[in-house]
Design a protein around this ligand. Structure first.
Ligand code: ADP
Ligand code: MG
Length: 563
């Protein structure tokens, strides 16, 4: 208490503080502004965003996850939404745009409720209940898909379903020429079938890190292909080495095949030519020893994360060993899993047991470059999609799209249930929620109704992107769903209402839809809970340092991504 009229200062000088309704409004506004940016990117006719980062690098995409990752968002509430989007992306790899858009819609509706003097805590409670109910409804209306990958008949029967699922994920992306999409779908379906493992509790587990996407500039997207094995963007280090080794026994080294020079500067006094020779001989002897060791355990291929000295290269070549150097750590780990080998950090410790196996290791020409292919691995659950394309932008977008499709299949296989797309489930859930709302008493009922309205934002945006009248579309969809047609949705490509979205092969995995609803609700309620925004005054520093500092301040919401 400030008695005697002396003010008590709690906050540092220059700290700005907004609280109560004002803070809440400011946060909602910021979060909605971000959602507004993403709205137009939703769906197959979603528009692209062109993003320029502080280094001047340009990204053009309509992928929600990429947009929020590239955008430098300032406001803490908007940052919270960005984190939500990233979490959705990490969890299911799809549905980011929808999650952000839905969170924005939930907040917009919440604002209306606030205007009617409904307390935030009531809105929060209502939203949470509505989300739970929404997920329940989704589980009810979702269709089980019959996917089996045990026998070749089962696989043949499941392929068309998998293709449809992959199609839904790819169709709304950049690579939209139909034959390219077809080709990419073939690649993804084949890759996923190869790596899928049956889960004891039902469904299949797809470890996405078993599928490597390797980009190589040149040629066209149509020439992208699937390699059963690992492709390294590296050349064989020495021209005297074999370019092809069958029944490869592979040493995976995380140790340099070099004589490590000490960090400290040492002075060596050499007084005669003889001494120089002895000095160099000693180096050569050590390198030869290393190579001898590799030969003695029976390796005929060396894949090294570090460097390989010229002299060592020469010795390896003489022994007919194929060697590759400076391989990325992530690739080393993939090779470890694929070949059944073990990465060894000291050559002295290398044993026969550490060697990996592949039927073939071969350097091949890809475009203007050479790449090393490791095929017929001990563990056949390791594949690479080698993506070709004319420029980096095309390649990056192709990679993102492939990952989306891979994730869609992973999600569908984990819990093999799907929902029709094109706004159908949103209208269906909204309908169910409105009915259920009657059983929810008090003002919370209003929040549940608001939740239902917010969900319909998705079909509204899809209709608008298709050049249709959103309100008309919504009314018609509501009518169809009320009449029991749960598959009615929007054919965005042709700009008309489709009574059965399954015919269009637009399907979304249940897991993704559930994740969208949960994440959006979490983000919206988190923002509604805040009633005080206390921001320290930004430190006056220059350039990057300043940026780091500012990011540091909000680190509970967003980890600064520095590279
Ligand atoms: P997100 O980042 O949320 O996945 P997308 O841009 O992939 O955003 O859009 C997904 C939405 O677009 C889903 O609601 C999906 O059902 C819908 N959609 C995708 N393809 C079609 C299509 N051909 N017709 C109608 N709706 C589609
Ligand atoms: Mg998507």
């Amino acid at each position: 208490m400030a008695t005697y009229g002396i003010p008590v200062l709690v906050l540092k000088e220059g700290t700005s503080r907004t609280y109560g309704r004002e803070a809440l409004r400011a946060n909602i506004l910021a979060a909605r502004a971000l959602a507004e940016v993403l709205r137009t990117s939703l769906g197959p006719k979603g528009l692209d965003k062109m993003l320029v980062d502080s280094f001047g690098d340009i990204t053009v995409t309509n992928d929600g996850a990429t947009i929020v990752k590239e955008m430098e968002v300032q406001h803490p509430a908007a940052k919270l939404l960005v984190e939500t989007a990233k979490a959705v992306d990490a969890e299911v790899g799809d549905g980011t745009t929808s999650a952000v858009v839905l969170a924005g819609a939930l907040l917009a509706r919440a604002e209306n409720l606030l205007d009617q003097n409904i307390h935030p805590s009531i809105i929060i409670e209502g939203y949470k209940k509505a989300a739970e109910k929404a997920v329940e409804i989704l589980e009810e209306v979702a269709d089980r898909v019959n996917i089996g990958l045990e026998t070749s008949e089962e696989i043949e029967r499941s392929k068309p379903i998998l293709r449809e699922l992959a199609y839904a994920a790819l169709a709304s992306k950049y690579i939209s020429s139909p034959d390219i999409i077809d080709h990419f779908i073939d690649l993804v379906v084949e890759a996923v079938i190869t790596v899928a493992e049956k889960r004891p509790e039902g469904g299949y587990l797809v470890r996405t890190d078993n599928i490597k996407v390797e980009k190589k500039k040149g040629a066209s997207l149509a020439e992208s292909r699937l390699v059963k094995g690992i492709v390294l963007d590296k050349e064989v280090v020495h021209p005297g080495m074999p370019k092809r080794v069958e029944r490869a026994r592979i040493a995976l080294l995380d140790a340099p095949l070099e004589i490590e020079k000490p960090d400290i500067t040492a002075k060596i006094n050499i007084t005669s030519p003889d001494q120089i020779k002895r000095f160099l001989d000693e180096e050569t002897r050590l390198l030869k020893e290393m190579v001898d060791k590799i030969v003695s355990v029976g390796a005929n291929v060396v894949i090294c994360q570090k460097g390989i000295d010229d002299v060592a290269q020469h010795f390896l070549a003489k022994r007919g060993i194929l060697a590759v150097r400076r391989v990325k750590r992530s690739d080393m780990e993939k090779l470890e899993r694929a070949t059944g080998g073990r990465i060894v950090t000291s050559i002295r410790d290398l044993t026969e047991k550490d060697l990996g196996y592949a039927e073939l290791v071969e350097e091949r020409r890809v475009g203007n470059d050479k790449m090393v292919f490791v095929e017929g691995c001990k563990n056949p659950k390791a594949v690479t999609i080698l993506v070709r394309g004319a420029n980096d932008m095309l390649l990056d977008d192709a990679e993102r799209s492939l990952n989306d499709a891979i994730n869609a299949l992973r999600n569908a296989l984990r819990e093999p249930k799907v929902l029709p797309g094109g706004g159908a489930p949103e209208v269906e859930v909204a309908l169910g929620l409105r009915k259920w709302a009657e059983t929810v008493g008090g003002k919370e009922q209003l929040a549940v109704l608001a939740f239902a309205d917010a969900l319909e934002e998705i079909p509204v945006i899809l209709a608008r992107s298709a050049g249709m009248d959103p309100l008309e579309v919504l009314m018609e969809l509501r009518r169809l769903h009320a009449a029991g047609n749960k598959y009615a949705g929007i054919n965005v490509i042709e700009g008309k209402i489709e009574e059965d979205m399954r015919k269009l092969k637009v399907l979304d995995p249940l897991t993704v839809k559930k994740q969208i609803i949960r994440a959006a609700t979490e983000a919206a309620t988190a923002i509604l809970k805040v009633d005080d925004l206390i921001a320290a005054s930004p430190l006056k520093k220059e350039g990057k340092e300043k940026k780091e500092e500012e990011e540091g301040e909000t680190k509970t919401m967003s980890k600064p991504e520095l590279d």
